[in-house]
Ligand binder design. Sequence first.
Ligand code: PAF
Length: 283
Amino acid sequence: MKVVDTIPRMSTLVKIFKKEGKSIGLVPTMGYLHEGHLSLVRAASKHTDVVVMSIFVNPIQFGPKEDFEKYPRDLKRDEELATSAGADIIFSPSVNNMYPAGYSTYVNVETLTSGLCGASRPGHFKGVTTVVAKLFEIVRPDISYFGQKDAQQAIVIKKMAEDLNMGIEIKIMPTIREKDGLAMSSRNIYLSEDERKDALVLHGSLMKAEEMIKSGERESRKIIRAIEGMIKSVPSARLDYASIVDTVNLKEAKVLSGEMLIALAVFIGKTRLIDNTIVKGLK
Ligand code: PAF
């Protein structure tokens, strides 16, 4: 496993791989790896000859009051985990390398980014699509892997790749959960012991929503009210949003039909966590 920390060095390696006819899989991350990231590396190593994992805490996707400075970083730990999962290269450029003085080009996917996390975190997705577009240009992957936990992000990136004819396949892989159901996230490290227990309400309320749907409920309003009720019952929890949208346009639906994304963001203490579930085949 090689650690590459400059764009020119990464580009040189990419040229060599392309010349050798090797396919490239890219797993973009912000590091502080967990099993969710490693599952993406394992998938990539099944499908592609060379697996590149990028580790870059991207300043432009954080709002001014968000956690860019304190976002957990541990490159040594990440190197060991990425190697054990089968990554061939860690690409970890510096902020100055990615955004030199005078940097002024951004990629923005419209419409899909206006609701859900886009409404609560203005500018967030513009930062995500810009850095992912840059990573795609540098690494030139055949396939890139994203987790369903960030469902809106995955859908937005798919749209960007299609709209800009990038010729890159975007694979969305299942959310990896702790044994008790908490979705794995680098931000779980911020939770105190009590908050860690309280955080189970995210998955719990999604399971409640799924149960209601299985019992025949199709009214969005009623399902959201049940989710809100569960979140309210946990003192350290504050709902940012709970939404039921279709998985293509991310438009809110009054009545559930076809394939729906139930997504929520909840503050547990000061930590903002997200989770979601997709329900299919609704009539
Ligand atoms: O999901 C993440 O970790 C980030 O948003 C991503 C895709 C690596 C872009 O910085």
